[in-house]
Design a protein around this ligand. Structure first.
Ligand code: DAK
Length: 259
């Protein structure tokens, strides 16, 4: 892979979009490599967390590649949209937790990539925005849907209609990112959060992620029903037995097997 790097730190994988000449902008080749990387990650047995970040210190992902889009025909545009849709949905639905480590510009498709992750941690220099309306298009990698779900309809509309860029602190204030940390501490902070998540039971986390993701798309009653079903499934796991037994035995050490 040329533009995507995969590294492993214990039970955490770090997926880096690394295309410095275009500030990590996503072209079709990079999206195809991302799909390949996701296939590799899906096969990893002991994986608990995936951190998604950008190469270099200036940019997370500066959007979809404008130089590729400028002359794209309608069928080519559609092909690119379907490729990105597949990629982002796979990322969003991974049973393991995904954390976007936003280390600079997260514009357009870059902001949308961060939003497809479960959690966003931003470096102090991170800049977010959806500039698509200024380019004659609209957010097409899920931005209109995921931004509104994260920050609410009114703010999402304002940010998308004005193409205004916001800094990390504002992104945190409106709920687009979970926390802001100094740039030099970004990866370490994400790894520390990954370690914290790694202490929870894998299936408990996977079921909770499934319930939260799907729950926001359905009515409350159906969401509660789904939660009850997943709760029931959790009772069939070895980890439920281990977690509760450890509590009753006043044991700090738990031995979750992921089963
Ligand atoms: N695409 C291609 N190249 C890019 C790029 C991008 N998005 N962003 C930056 N680059 C390239 C620049 O052209 C420049 O290349 P050279 O001139 O050196 O060859 C190099 O990266 C460095 O950029 P700058 O010289 O501009 O660096 P600055 O520090 O001055 O500015 C910047 C950084 C991030 C503010 C600026 O580069 C910028 O505004 N970039 C564009 C940001 C943007 O508008 N991104 C949103 C793209 S629209 C679709 C669905 C979704 C989408 C598309 C299709 N379908 C349904 C089909 C999504 C659309 C978008 O994401």
């Amino acid at each position: 892979m040329e533009n995507i790097r995969l590294e492993y730190r214990g039970e955490t994988a770090v997926l880096t979009v690394d295309r410095p000449k275009a500030l990590n902008a996503l072209n079709s080749a990079t999206l195809r490599e991302m799909e390949e990387a996701l296939s590799l990650l899906e096969e990893q047995k002991d994986l608990r967390t995936v951190i998604v970040t950008g190469g270099g210190e200036k940019s997370f992902v500066a959007g979809a590649d404008i130089s590729e889009m400028v002359n794209a025909s309608a069928p080519e545009g559609r092909e690119m949209a379907l490729l990105a849709k597949r990629c982002f949905e796979r990322l969003e639905q991974m049973p393991v937790v995904t954390i976007a480590a936003v280390n600079g510009y997260a514009l357009g498709g870059g902001c949308e990539l961060a939003m497809a992750c479960d959690i966003r941690v931003a470096a102090e220099n991170a800049i977010f925005g959806q500039p698509e309306c200024g380019l004659g298009i609209l957010p097409g990698f899920g931005g209109t849907q995921r931004l509104a779900r994260l920050v609410g309809k009114g703010l999402a509309k304002e940010l998308i209609f004005t193409c205004r860029r916001i800094d990390a602190q504002e992104a945190c204030r409106i709920g687009l990112v979970n926390q802001v940390v100094p740039q030099t501490e970004l990866l370490e902070s994400c790894l520390a959060m990954a370690e914290e998540i790694g202490r929870s039971a894998p299936l408990g986390v996977a079921y909770a992620k499934q319930a939260i993701n799907a729950g926001l798309d359905i009515d409350l009653d159906s969401g509660l029903q789904m939660e009850a079903n997943l709760f029931g499934l959790a009772f069939a796991t070895q980890d439920k037995h281990e977690g509760m037994t450890a509590f009753l035995e006043k044991r700090k050490e738990k031995h979750f097997s992921g089963q």
